[in-house]
Design a protein around this ligand. Structure first.
Ligand SMILES: *Cc1c(COP(=O)(O)O)cnc(C)c1O
Length: 380
């Protein structure tokens, strides 16, 4: 009996890893063939899987983390300590930390309300103001927050108009599409993450996506200590040790077999929450604009007040259910507060009133029901 009770109240996580059962086959292969290194058949195979998933022009380099991929993306765009880089303020700190690794200066831009991603109008204002102040930004880091694609065409038009390349941080959006084209292909360079909490995971991992074999080769060169060809240990530039392990890539190959199924399951979670909760007038959902397809990595709800958001997270916690506020905007972070930002209040409003609900592809019907019950009880 006591056992049953503890099971009934077992912890529900925000976004737990979900193994398909196919991963160990690839890991075993790595052991059997002794490819225990940051190179090998699984790394090549995982890259090939991602390339065929993303589409024709995608060239993928598998790396240790998504953060490493952003770091290399900025290096490939020649960002130096003299440069400014525009970054969406509504994101996780990993999107912008690499700007600081390079000693460059981040400039933050607020969101629009349709997708919660970078506001195109504010982006153009920011660019013009930075140019007026003496410096054209070197790159634009745009996010697909919680799996929702950014306004690709609008942002791309501005990028083209001012000739500033886009780094698309698609860490949360593998499997999402914008008018049938996959997220992770919209930047001059795009970034994926396979961290433990993402839609598919290699426990830790990332990838840099470009549109040429040359850029892929250059990424791999930088990620393997920038060692010149040949047996001499010869180096002409500074390198990094960012290549993905062949063991972890084996997990990735197993995960790629079920990615589309996981997208469907996360979208099903969203639909369940929507059906159960949309009649509560204090709860709002982020609807997909036409042509936008979100992997619904995390389902977020926007409450009418900050108090409700705080109460609900606490209440869920008391029921052993993990829920979180949405990412705290970068311009509100103590570590970034000295940098320029172009604001309209949208990201702060979302941050104050929004929470992320458990969204894993391995949530059971019972668990979803438990979550919804707690939320409904609060509003009764
Ligand atoms: C997870 C995440 C990253 C970082 O990826 P890691 O693989 O954990 O380094 C970057 N940006 C966003 C928006 C993320 O959610």
């Amino acid at each position: 009996m006591a056992k049953n009770v503890s099971k009934l109240n077992s912890k529900i996580w925000l976004s737990a890893p979900h193994m398909s059962g196919h991963e160990e086959k690839f890991i075993k292969e790595a052991f059997n063939t002794n490819w225990i290194a940051p190179l090998g058949p699984n790394v090549n195979g995982f890259e090939k899987d991602l390339e065929s998933y993303l589409g024709v022009n995608a060239h993928v380099a598998a790396l240790t983390t998504g953060t490493a991929a952003i770091h290399l993306a900025l290096l490939l765009l020649n960002v130096t300590s003299k440069d400014e880089v525009i970054c969406q303020t509504k994101t996780f700190a990993a999107s912008v930390n690499p700007v600081l690794y390079l000693g460059a200066k981040p400039v933050f831009v607020d969101s629009e309300t349709d997708t919660w991603n970078m506001c195109p109008i504010l982006l153009e204002q920011a660019i013009n103001d930075r140019i007026k102040k003496g410096k054209k930004p070197k790159a634009i880091i745009v996010i697909n927050l919680y799996g929702m694609p950014h306004k690709v065409n609008e942002i791309k038009n501005i990028s083209n108009k001012y000739n500033i390349p886009i780094v698309e941080d698609s860490a949360e959006a593998l499997g999402s599409c914008y008018f049938n084209k996959k997220c992770g292909t919209f930047g001059k360079l795009s970034v994926l993450s396979f961290n433990g909490n993402k839609i598919i995971t290699t426990s830790g991992g990332g990838a840099l996506v470009s549109n040429s074999t040359e850029t892929k080769a250059k990424t791999i060169f930088l990620a393997t200590q920038a060692k010149e060809p040949g047996i001499e240990y010869s180096h002409k530039v500074i390198g990094y040790n960012y290549r993905m392990s062949n063991i972890l890539a084996g997990i990735g190959r197993g995960q790629m077999e079920v990615l589309d199924n996981y997208v469907a399951l996360r979208r099903k979670n969203y639909s369940y929450y929507l059906n159960e909760l949309e009649s509560i007038k204090d709860i709002n959902f982020l609807i997909e604009p036409e042509g936008f397809f979100s992997n619904r990595w995390l389902t977020c709800i926007k409450l009418s007040t900050k108090q409700m958001r705080e109460d609900l997270i606490k209440l869920l916690q008391e029921h052993n259910i993990e829920a979180r506020p949405s990412w705290k905007p970068m311009h509100l972070q103590p570590v970034f507060k000295e940098y320029p930002s172009y604001l309209n209040g949208v990201s702060e409003d979302i941050y104050n009133k929004t929470m992320c609900l458990p969204s894993g592809s391995n949530l059971s019907k019972n668990e979803l029901n438990r979550i919804v019950k707690v939320i409904k009880a609060y509003f009764e």
